[in-house]
Design a protein around this ligand. Structure first.
Ligand SMILES: [Zn+2]
Length: 257
């Protein structure tokens, strides 16, 4: 089916493009997109065009999304897969945009058999094989707080990459078994160190929320990798190196240029 998809994608690209004014507005709002080479910039724009055509945006509860919003979501979603390929987002189509952070009811059966229920307030959510849900409020923040390294779009799409390798566990698909073993060794050591620092009350670049689970550590550190790469590299050099290998990008070098 690869050829069919390629043919369809070529047709999409022949008909649509991101105009320069819109791109400039996106760059202004999303400063971490700066520093791409001309070829990378071109590829990112093409990925975004195909992404918008292939995914289905569903604003709910009165949210209005403009062309700029669609493009900005697409550019942020496609930045992490710039060197991996659009196929990493295959297998689902929905992007649901909520007006604000939303509550979900969670239930979990404990080891004692007791079912626990609680309310979670979320800025976004990713379902395996299903939609990505984003909060409009959090989206609006993602550009303006670039220094803080928070980005709900990159966060949720990092979960999607993680889930390509099965359950969300902080281990995305790796090309070889050795690469996977190396990933787990470095990633787990960095996660343990981070959790110990959070326990000790030390504040750093990553939100303490990342200590909740390996999958959250992967998603939160991915936000920082693209938005605040120098700070991540300083605090977690080994993790930065691991991510640079996986994403095949070096945002710290790019943003320094
Ligand atoms: Zn998450």
């Amino acid at each position: 089916m690869g050829w069919l998809r390629d043919w369809k994608r070529k047709r999409i690209l022949a008909r649509h493009r991101i105009d320069d004014a819109l791109w400039q507005r996106a760059l202004h709002h999303l400063p971490f997109l700066r520093g791409l080479s001309a070829a990378e910039e071109q590829r990112l724009k093409e990925f975004a065009v195909v992404f918008i055509a292939e995914k289905q945006f569903t604003p709910v509860r009165g949210v209005q999304i403009s062309d700029d919003d669609r493009v900005e979501i697409a550019l942020q979603a496609c930045l992490p897969i710039l060197q991996l390929g659009l196929d990493w987002y295959d297998g689902w189509v929905g992007i649901v945009v909520h007006p604000s952070d939303f509550h979900v009811r969670r239930t979990e059966a404990g080891e004692d058999g007791v079912v626990h229920e609680w309310d979670d307030e979320l800025a976004g959510e990713s379902w395996p094989g299903g939609p990505v849900v984003l909060s409009w409020e959090a989206l609006d923040d993602s550009g303006s707080v670039a220094e803080g390294g928070a980005n709900v779009v990159i966060h949720e799409f990092a979960h999607k990459l993680d889930m390509m390798g099965g359950e969300a566990d902080g281990v995305p698909p790796m090309p070889t078994r050795e690469a996977r073993e190396r990933w787990i060794e470095v990633f787990d050591a960095e996660f343990d160190r981070f959790c110990a620092e959070v326990d000790a009350g030390k504040e750093g670049i990553l939100d303490p929320y990342a200590a909740e689970h390996e999958a959250e550590f992967f998603a939160v550190a991915s936000e920082a990798f693209f938005e605040s790469p120098n700070a991540l590299k300083r605090e977690f050099p080994k993790l930065y190196g691991l991510f640079a290998g996986f994403y095949r990008q070096d945002p710290a070098r790019r943003l320094a240029a």
